[in-house]
Design a protein around this ligand. Structure first.
Ligand code: 6PG
Length: 474
């Protein structure tokens, strides 16, 4: 093994796909000696080709790879979520010693992380589940790391992750968030918010394209402008870039050559499922998942289009005013979306005993991750002022901002409803806002209906206990 020193490398990475390779290169840049393993020779070569440092090696042989790691070993996994994680764990386990640490850096389902943590602990192996956000560029130059698992195991590896993480005003975007699956749960909700914000931005695109008749260059300018103000954030920024990208093949704008079908790997759906289990309403995230699912029914949409043939009339009114209103409506809907995500985290924290510090969550989301946005400064401040805030809509500053923008959201939703441009994300944001701020909801009727047909009983305003009425008896 030329240039390879046994028991020398501080971090070992299993899985040299885009994320694994880039994270290793990032850590090596910060002076850490790292070893990567992949069965695929081409991936090992890709790692070595990009590494200019001495402190980085690749291996295709698992036993040789493990022998390279300094002890106690730190083994990081960046393999697809699900069975591949268990299969790698089973492969490496015979060669590990008590006190070694496995870090699962994939988008693993949080309940799997709980099981793995417990099973491995029984064998004396420490296990950390870390959510890594930021895509390829983030992994290479500074992602956001959301850790869960035994705190002392995190402390052991903290320096390398602090070095590799994105920084906001010098603060590394990494934190230990709680026991067991805390990190993976927070990453899952991060992705849920990501889905919902992407859906909202996509709806503004549709409104600009079909409602206002803007072309791609004009939309590039609008998103670029929005990114300079209160909407500043990674997803708005990349959207502006997307509208200026030309297709190598046709010479036209690439966006118009892309199929209108959006797939998913599952984290958004898990967020919705978990929220349902915990009985926390997160309709923007549910809707974003549903809209990706609906987009897949392209053939049926084609048939329905032929049946209904409803024209989409252009919006009336001044274009610049409409665009300003649209940006403000988007901002309101994004606040409402983060509020739903954070509310889910607040309940999960209690239910699953994560003891999450939501200020810390918002703080590390300010950099490196996909949902980083200037709005997170307000969210940090909200949880700083009140760590047990159940919902961001109750924060004084954010509620002020919402009050100031809600009329724009209302106008945009009305306009969209009249014209027939589908904006279910914006609509559901408004519906959630109006319901959440409502001192009375028609749920008394639902109680009455349940009692009518199913004798499920109901509660009264003027007395405690449960009551039942024979509704159809005179
Ligand atoms: C991130 C991303 C990343 C990835 C997800 C979502 O935070 O860097 O969320 O984890 O993009 O896999 O992908 P899907 O849209 O395919 O579910």
């Amino acid at each position: 093994m030329t240039n390879k020193q046994l028991q020398h490398y501080e971090i070992g990475m299993v899985g040299l796909g885009v994320m694994g390779r880039n994270l290793l290169l990032n850590m090596a840049d910060h002076g850490y000696s790292v070893a990567g393993y992949d069965q695929d020779q081409a991936k090992v070569e890709a790692l070595q080709k990009e590494s200019t440092e001495q402190n980085i090696v690749g291996e295709t042989n698992l036993i040789d790879f493990i022998a390279l790691l300094s002890q106690p070993r730190t083994l990081m996994l960046l393999v697809p979520a699900g069975d591949p994680v268990d299969s790698v764990i089973n492969d490496v386990l015979p060669y590990l010693n008590k006190g070694d640490l496995i870090i699962d850096a994939g988008n693993s389902y949080f309940k799997d992380t709980n099981l793995r943590t417990r099973n491995l602990a029984e064998q004396g192996i420490q296990f950390l589940g870390v959510g890594v956000s930021g895509g390829e560029q983030g992994a290479r130059h500074g992602p956001c790391f959301m850790f869960g698992g035994p705190k002392q195991a995190y402390e052991r590896v903290r320096p390398v992750f602090e070095a590799a993480a994105a920084k906001v005003n010098g603060d590394p975007c990494v934190a230990w968030l709680g026991n067991e699956s805390a990190g993976h749960f927070v990453k899952m909700v991060h992705n849920g918010i990501e889905y919902a914000v992407m859906q909202l931005i996509a709806e503004t695109y549709d409104l600009m394209k079909r409602g206002l008749g803007l072309n791609d260059d004009e939309m590039h300018d609008v998103y670029a402008l929005w990114n300079k103000g209160e909407l500043n954030g990674y997803l708005v920024e990349i959207t502006s870039h997307i509208f200026s990208k030309q297709d190598d093949k046709t010479g036209r704008q690439l966006i118009d050559e892309i199929l209108d079908v959006a797939k998913q790997k599952g984290t958004g759906m898990w967020t919705s499922q978990s929220a349902m289990e915990l009985q926390v309403p997160i309709p923007n995230i549910d809707l974003a998942v549903a809209m990706r699912d609906l987009s897949v029914f392209a053939k049926e949409r084609e048939q329905a289009d032929a049946i209904y043939q409803l024209a989409l009339p252009r919006f009336a009114g001044d274009r610049d005013t409409s665009l300003t209103q649209l940006g403000r409506a988007l901002f309101a809907a994004i606040i409402i979306t983060y509020a739903q995500g954070m509310a889910l985290l607040a309940v999960a924290s209690e239910q699953y005993q994560y003891h999450l510090d939501l200020e810390a969550v918002a703080r590390i989301w300010r950099g490196g991750c996909i949902i980083r946005a200037v709005l997170l400064e307000d969210i940090v401040a909200a949880f700083h002022a009140r760590p047990d805030l159940p919902n961001l809509l109750l924060d004084l500053n954010l509620s002020g901002k919402l009050m100031d923008h809600q009329e724009d959201l209302r106008q945009v939703v009305c306009q969209a409803a009249k014209s027939g441009v589908p904006t279910p994300g914006l609509m559901v944001s408004l519906g959630y806002f109006d319901a959440y701020r409502s001192i009375w909801l028609p749920a008394n009727l639902i109680q009455a209906q349940r009692d009518y047909f199913g004798a499920h009983s109901y509660e009264r305003n003027d007395a405690s206990g449960t009551f039942h009425t024979e509704w159809d008896k005179e």
